[in-house]
Each structure stands twice: as structure tokens, then as C-alpha cells.
Design a protein around this ligand. Structure first.
Ligand code: WTA
Length: 653
């Protein structure tokens, strides 16, 4: 693992005095209506955590009640020990039994304008049919199933069908390459893969089945492949291995009893980027995850029966898992699902959907918001957005200007904004305003939710005074925390629990102001957030190093107006290879092919050497400064060869 020796110097120069109390009309009808209510809830959650969580957990349907709320042997937590439940039952059957059968669960729109609406009853039937089909293909409780789909209703059906049987799903974002899919399927030990003939993205066809075929060439463990017909294009089907979804479910009964699973049963594995070249398989457990995603959906989005809720994330990311699927469906919401790009064919696609579907809660990423600002207010103003009552953001820090624009132009100065901080590993939103209670400050995720305790510490693990920057850590276990890293329990310890002993290490730099509000300042490790997508710089470096002309590569993030962070790669070439614009373009495409288009570097800078310490470590701090075009403030006394910096400074294309 890389040493944090060259971490960003964290300073906190951002000041923000604007304060927006919840609009009284909103607060009066909200689930949590005042700061006093929030504080009382918070106090109970930290003073009597077991009582607090037990009381709320009893709202889920358990086939067997739990005996103990928490078993904490740091850093291993088990929640709701002895209890059994099923996530799919809690997201579907429960609502049908309570009379929500004919309520729309999913309102789907394809990029080409097609529509499909599935009520809770219909969704339950689809999930049951697929679960029966999977069982007929010998999928058993505890098996791993890969899901590599476009954002079509089948993606949700597939996740819930796995959950119904207790097969642990591992969704891989449809924008990832064959290579990335193979790595993840191999690590997960998937037995079956659910994919599609293709998907639509910005009018283009994404060749998912072709990618899957390439990935599976070297993966004999994947015995069966289920293929959704989406584009209708003819794709090769391997006899004995591949079957179309419609053929697999044909004749299967529309009922399927859900399997009672231990609360700690692994609901899913989701791969996320870390500080090494290999992504981590974050494992989430059924009971605690379902409880906390449901509760945070209720609290943070103030969800009500008649809301039309739209989280624009893809199910390939944690936001899609927690706030497209499990949280809102556990709460019985109507969820809008849209297959394509939010700005396709025109920048008003998102607002058109909001208007036509009467969306009341919109949850999206700062990058998307900055894109809409750039496209111009006119695209927004063409539409009647009066159905909106709450706006949310996630995935990266939101700059105060973008926040203010979102509030004014989209929210008509009437909708509270919830800036939600959390991670794949936290499973659920950890820090966010409660829209009917918390006064908001543009750019701050505000206060920790009940059950979450945050601290800012220095490099020695000591708490820093208010206002000072440091590392964000979480100081107690919470129900939806990750349980381990699949196949790598050591990495779980090292990555999350050894940097600040006894505390969960987030990898984020932050400060807490005098009011206790949290301000995120970006990652302090080698993870970068590009357009709200999390990428490991080491992953991109490994991809570059696999290109035959590359000797060495170092990748850093640099500020980008639109995407938050852009990707800058410093590359040295093997003896005799010559740098050129064509080669830079080739290296960019190479990374896109190896990982996916989201990882394509923005800048490639060729150099004869990279700045290293005498012990041979690349000094990333310097590269970050160079990439950002600023003079380095840092100490260069440990550098092996100072002339390297001057050469790099001149290396801009
Ligand atoms: C960043 C996405 C600032 C942060 C849910 C975190 C944020 C990483 C925010 C996790 C926010 C997420 N403000 N930064 N509201 N939300 N982040 O695992 O750096 O894809 O560690 O989970 O995104 O990314 P992940």
C-alpha cells in the first residue's frame, strides 16, 4: 500500500456565511420537523445505540426475531444476531400485503422514449419468475451472481431475485470494459452472469454481450449466462451456457417463496476503487444494510406515500444499490428509472422527465448540475418543475455556486437541498441535513445522521480543533457498514481500521466548523472522484503500464470545472520510444479499453523521469501541483533529482 507521506496539505480557506433554514411549509409537514427533534434522536442513537436500532429494526419483517442487536469485536461488527429476514420480501411482498400492490414501484423510461411501469405486484411477479428460473439453473443460497446490464427494469428485478434466493449479487457498471468485468467476476467467484444483448447510451449501442463474451473466455467458473433482449441485435449465444431471459422465465410460476436468511448473510458484493491497482469487493450484510438504507431514505428524503422519487444514479454504483433499489423500495416508494444520459438528445432531457413524471424528489450528482449550468438556464426554464419539493446531491463535494444555482433555478428557491456524504463502504448516507430541520449552508453536508459519530483527526490520529482540516473518521460501528473485503480480510483491516486505530478511516479530508457542520475537502489518498465516479489512480497506472511502450506512469487528479476532478497521467516511455500527440491519443483509448470510458485520462504528459524520493517513491504531491498548474509549496529536499521538476513543468502538451 502507498504511504500517505505526500498527502495533500489540508488547509481550510473556504468560508461560507449563507444559511438557509428549512422553509416553514416544508418543515410543518416533514417527518423530522425541528433541530430539537433531530438532537433528541441523535442523542438517543449515541447514548443507547442498541435500543435505538432495535426499536427501528422491528419495523422490518423478520422471519425470526434477532437475539442481540450488536456484537462488536473491533473491527468486526455483527448486527441483529440470530435474526432472519429477506430483503426482497421486505421490498416487495410486505407492500403488496399492506395494500400497495397496484402502486407503481418502477416508472421506467428508455433513452429512446419507451415506457414501462411496474406496480409492486408486477415487480414481485417478475422477481419471483426470475428467482424460479435462477433456481432451475442451480443457483443456490450463498452463490454469487454477476449482473452487467443497462439501466432497464431487469437490473432491479435481477438484484431482487438474487436477494430472494440469498444469492449474493455483484453488479458491474455497464460502462466498464470486458477486462474490468472479468477481474470482478473472477474475484467474486460468480457462477452465473446476467447481461443484455446491448444497451443504449447517447444514441449508441453499448456491446454488453460482446464484452461479456470476451470476459468469459478466461472464466470457466461462470456456467450460465442470462441475456436480456434490449437492443434486439443478434448476438452469438453459446449453446449450453447462454439463454435469453424471456426463454429462461417462460413457464416459471409468478410466486416464489423468499428464503429466510441470517441478518449477516452477504446481500451483495460491490467493487470499488482503492489505493492499489485491484478494486475491492465491499461486502454488505442483509439486515443492517436494509435497515439503514430504508431509514435514511425516510429521514433524508422525507419520503411520503405520494412522492415520485428519482435518483439518477446507475445501479452499477452504490448510490443505485442504496437509493434506487433497496432504500426506496423498502420504503414503498415510486421510483423513476431512466436508461440514458441526462442530457440526451438535448440538455433538457432531465427536466422533461421531471415535468412529465411529476417528480417530487430529485437526487443527482454535482457534476451533472455543473453540466446543466453550462448548458444554460433556458433549458431548465422551458419546463414546469413545480412538482419538485426536495433536491439532493451525492458523490463529490458540491461547490457553493452550483449549490446556489440548483436551489434557485431548479428548486425555485422553494426546495431544501440535501448534500449527502457517504461511501460504498458506509452503505447508507452518513452525513446530511434533515430537510425539515437542519438549516443548510451551501457546500456543507452539515451534520451526522443518528447513529453516526464523526471526528476529524490529524496524521497521528489526534482530534483537531474546530475549523482545522484533517482526516474524517467514524468512531463507532453502524448497521450498514461494510463487513469485509471479499477474499481479502487483511485489506479490510489495513485499509479501514489500522490508519487510525479503533476508528473507521474514510480517506476523505474534511473540517468541522464552529456549528459542527462538516465540510468535505476531497480525498487524501490515491482515490479520485471523476464526475462523481470513484477511481483509483493506481488502477489507471496499472492499465497504462500494460501498454507496451510505457515504462512508468503516475496518475493524479487535477481540478476540472465540470467533472470536479480531471485525470492527468505522467508517463515515461521505454528506451527508443518517441512521444507524440498520436501516442497520447492511443494511450487514452488504451485506458478506456482496459477500464472503461470513465477512466480515460484528460491529459497525458510525457517525461524523461518522474520525481522520486531517494527511496524511490514517486512524489505525487508535486505531480498534483504540476497537473493543477500551480507552483509547488511543498518540501522538495528529499528529492532525488531536482531537475526532473523543471522538465516536467515544460512537459505540457
Ligand atoms: C466522495 C458514493 C463530498 C467522498 C456515495 C467519498 C462526497 C467518496 C460526497 C465515496 C459529498 C461522496 N460531498 N464528497 N456529499 N459524497 N463523496 O464510494 O470522497 O462512490 O469518500 O460512494 O465520494 O464514493 P463512492
Amino acid at each position: 500500500m502507498r504511504q500517505p507521506e505526500d498527502r495533500l496539505v489540508i488547509d481550510s480557506q473556504q468560508h461560507e456565511d449563507r444559511l438557509f433554514p428549512p422553509p416553514p411549509e416544508f418543515a410543518n409537514r416533514a417527518r423530522i420537523r425541528s433541530m430539537d427533534e433531530y438532537r433528541a434522536l441523535y442523542r438517543q442513537s449515541v447514548e443507547k445505540p442498541e435500543e435505538f436500532w432495535a426499536e427501528r429494526a422491528r419495523e422490518l419483517v423478520w422471519t425470526k426475531p434477532f437475539d442481540r442487536v450488536l456484537e462488536w469485536q473491533s473491527p468486526h461488527a455483527q448486527w441483529f444476531v440470530g435474526g432472519q429476514l429477506n430483503a426482497s420480501f421486505n421490498c416487495l411482498d410486505r407492500h403488496v400485503q399492506q395494500g400497495r400492490g397496484s402502486k407503481p414501484a418502477i416508472v421506467w423510461e428508455g433513452e429512446r422514449g419507451e415506457e414501462r411501469i411496474l406496480t409492486y405486484e408486477e415487480l414481485l411477479a417478475e422477481v419471483s419468475r426470475l428467482a424460479n428460473a435462477l433456481r432451475a439453473m442451480k443457483v443456490r443460497t450463498g452463490d454469487r451472481v454477476g449482473i452487467y446490464l443497462p439501466l432497464v427494469p431487469e437490473a432491479v428485478v435481477a438484484m431482487l431475485a438474487c436477494a430472494r434466493l440469498g444469492a449474493t449479487h455483484s453488479v458491474v457498471f455497464g460502462g466498464f470494459s470486458a477486462e474490468a468485468l472479468r477481474d470482478r467476476m473472477e474475484d467474486a467467484g460468480a457462477k452465473l452472469l446476467i447481461t443484455a444483448d446491448g444497451g443504449f447510451r447517447k444514441g449508441q449501442v453499448v456491446p454488453l454481450k460482446a464484452n461479456a463474451d470476451e470476459a468469459l473466455q478466461k472464466l470457466p467458473g461462470v456456467e450460465r449466462v442470462v441475456v436480456v433482449r434490449r437492443t434486439g441485435e443478434k448476438v452469438p449465444m453459446k449453446p449450453g451456457r447462454d439463454i435469453y431471459w424471456d426463454e429462461a422465465v417462460r413457464g416459471q410460476p409468478a410466486t416464489c417463496e423468499s428464503v429466510a436468511l441470517d441478518a449477516e448473510h452477504a446481500l451483495f458484493i460491490l467493487y470499488t476503487s482503492g489505493t492499489t491497482g485491484r478494486p475491492k469487493g465491499v461486502v454488505h450484510a442483509t439486515g443492517g444494510y436494509l435497515l439503514q438504507t430504508a431509514l435514511t431514505t425516510r429521514w433524508v428524503f422525507d419520503l411520503r406515500e405520494d412522492d415520485v422519487y428519482w435518483c439518477t444514479a446507475d445501479v452499477g454504483w452504490i448510490t443505485g444499490h442504496s437509493y434506487v433499489v433497496y432504500g426506496p423500495l423498502a420504503e414503498g416508494a415510486t421510483v423513476v428509472l431512466y436508461e440514458g444520459a441526462l442530457n440526451h438528445p438535448e440538455p433538457n432531457r432531465i427536466w422533461d422527465i421531471v415535468e412529465r413524471r411529476r417528480v417530487s424528489i430529485l437526487y443527482t450528482a454535482p457534476t451533472a448540475i455543473r453540466g446543466f449550468i453550462k448548458a444554460g438556464d433556458d433549458w431548465v426554464k422551458q419546463h414546469d418543475l413545480s412538482s419538485l419539493r426536495l433536491l439532493g446531491t451525492v458523490g463529490e463535494p458540491i461547490n457553493p455556486e452550483a449549490w446556489m444555482w440548483y436551489r434557485r433555478v431548479v428548486g425555485g428557491e422553494r426546495c431544501p437541498i440535501v448534500d449527502t456524504w457517504w461511501q460504498t463502504e458506509t452503505g447508507a448516507i452518513a452525513v446530511a441535513p434533515l430537510p425539515g430541520a437542519t438549516p443548510t449552508k451551501p457546500g456543507s453536508a452539515t451534520l451526522p445522521l443518528p447513529g453516526i459519530e464523526i471526528e476529524i483527526v490529524d496524521s497521528a490520529g489526534r482530534p483537531v480543533p474546530p475549523g482545522e482540516g484533517g482526516t474524517l473518521v467514524l468512531s463507532r460501528p453502524w448497521p450498514s457498514m461494510l463487513r469485509t473485503v471479499h477474499n481479502d480480510p487483511k485489506r479490510y483491516m489495513q485499509q479501514y481500521w489500522s490508519q487510525v486505530p479503533g476508528r473507521y478511516f474514510t480517506g476523505d479530508g474534511a473540517r468541522i466548523d464552529a456549528d459542527g457542520y462538516l465540510w468535505l475537502m476531497g480525498r487524501i489518498d490515491d482515490v479520485i472522484n471523476v464526475a462523481g465516479h470513484r477511481l483509483g489512480t493506481a488502477e489507471i497506472e496499472s492499465a497504462l503500464a500494460r501498454h507496451p511502450v510505457v515504462a512508468e506512469a503516475a496518475v493524479v487528479g487535477r481540478p476540472d470545472e465540470l467533472k470536479g476532478t480531471g485525470i492527468c497521467a505522467f508517463v515515461t516511455l521505454k528506451e527508443g520510444k518517441v512521444a507524440s500527440t498520436e501516442l497520447a491519443a492511443e494511450l487514452r483509448s488504451h485506458v478506456a479499453k482496459e477500464i472503461g470510458a470513465i477512466a480515460r485520462p484528460d491529459d497525458i504528459r510525457f517525461a524523461d523521469a518522474l520525481p522520486k524520493t531517494r527511496s524511490g517513491k514517486i512524489v505525487r504531491r508535486l505531480l498534483r501541483d504540476l497537473a493543477a498548474g500551480r507552483e509547488s509549496q511543498g518540501d522538495v529536499s528529499t528529492l532525488e533529482d531536482l531537475s526532473v521538476i523543471a522538465a516536467l513543468r515544460d512537459s505540457e502538451e
